[in-house]
Design a protein around this ligand. Structure first.
Ligand code: ADP
Length: 262
């Protein structure tokens, strides 16, 4: 079933010329449904830790009132759950901010080396926790691209963080840059590669969807919100850049960001 909504808009003030714009209304309905799904998912994700905190408060006021050991343990869980809600809210705010400014205007020259060094430095504690060694496979004169430094940091933080979380424990994560001279299309690319279990082919097209996880339990255990790659995709679109993902099961995954030539 296809329903069309017809809107007319004037082109030029005095020409009297009108253009009919046909919009597929089933597309509008699909977007409405996606929005409703998104709100339902977000509410569910927030409700779960909230229910847990609320349950522990009740236990602490009742049966566990005088149990000092239990109290400490419950408080720790409650702290972890509130931290989880905070991460989720931060990611939701990031997404909605990005949606309010879909087009990128003020691009400045951003040195990829600076961005990647800063990402690798800020993820050192996570890498140490996962016993992962992050290797820098780029020179000190790696390429520059046009964009927003903070947003690009967010992109590579998400990718390197995922490589540490879902890659091989005790393994390597390699961050490499290839300049435009190396590419027939003149693209500058940054690849984040891990050597973990990889991503089954059928999941690859879907991992950038909001709240899509291959294994929700692992994602939660890894402090994931399911929104990281959706944020990455938004930021890259704003930069007219794009993401490619390749993976061989058991051998790891590679996420490549492609920046087109200026
Ligand atoms: P999360 O917060 O769950 O990490 P993301 O949007 O960052 O959410 O990633 C979505 C899902 O994609 C993850 O839950 C995980 O299942 C999968 N994934 C992401 N990166 C990798 C990787 N390097 N190797 C294997 N799976 C990955």
């Amino acid at each position: 079933e296809r329903v069309y909504r017809v809107t007319a808009s004037a082109v030029g003030r005095n020409t009297g010329l009108y253009v009919m714009v046909f919009k597929d209304q089933s597309e509008a309905r699909r977007i409405d449904r996606m929005r409703a799904d998104f709100i339902a998912n977000a509410s569910h994700e927030l409700r779960t830790p909230l229910a847990s905190v609320s349950g522990f408060i009740e236990t602490l006021r009742g049966p566990a009132r005088d149990d000092v050991a239990a109290r400490e343990q419950f408080l720790q869980i409650m702290q972890a759950q509130t931290a989880r809600m905070a991460r989720l809210i931060d990611d939701l705010l990031s997404l909605s901010r990005l949606e309010m400014k879909p087009y990128f205007r003020t691009g400045a020259k951003v040195e990829l080396k600076d961005v990647l060094d800063s990402v690798i430095a800020s993820l050192a504690p996570l890498a140490a926790d996962s016993e992962v060694v992050i290797e820098r496979d780029f020179s000190d004169t790696a390429s520059a691209v046009f964009g927003d430094r903070d947003e690009l940091i967010q992109v590579f933080e998400n990718l390197v963080e995922n490589a540490c979380k879902y890659g091989q424990k005790g393994g390597r994560v390699v961050v490499s840059v290839a300049g435009p001279e190396a590419d027939p299309e003149g693209e500058t690319t940054v690849t984040v590669r891990d050597f973990g279990p990889g991503i089954p082919e059928e999941h690859i097209p879907r991992v950038t969807e909001r709240f899509y996880r291959i294994d929700a339990e692992t994602s939660r255990a890894q402090k994931g919100t399911g929104l990281g790659l959706a944020i990455v995709k938004h930021i890259l679109t704003r930069h007219k850049a794009w993401l490619s993902i390749s993976s061989k099961l058991g051998e790891g995954a590679a996420f490549t960001v492609h920046f087109p030539p200026e």
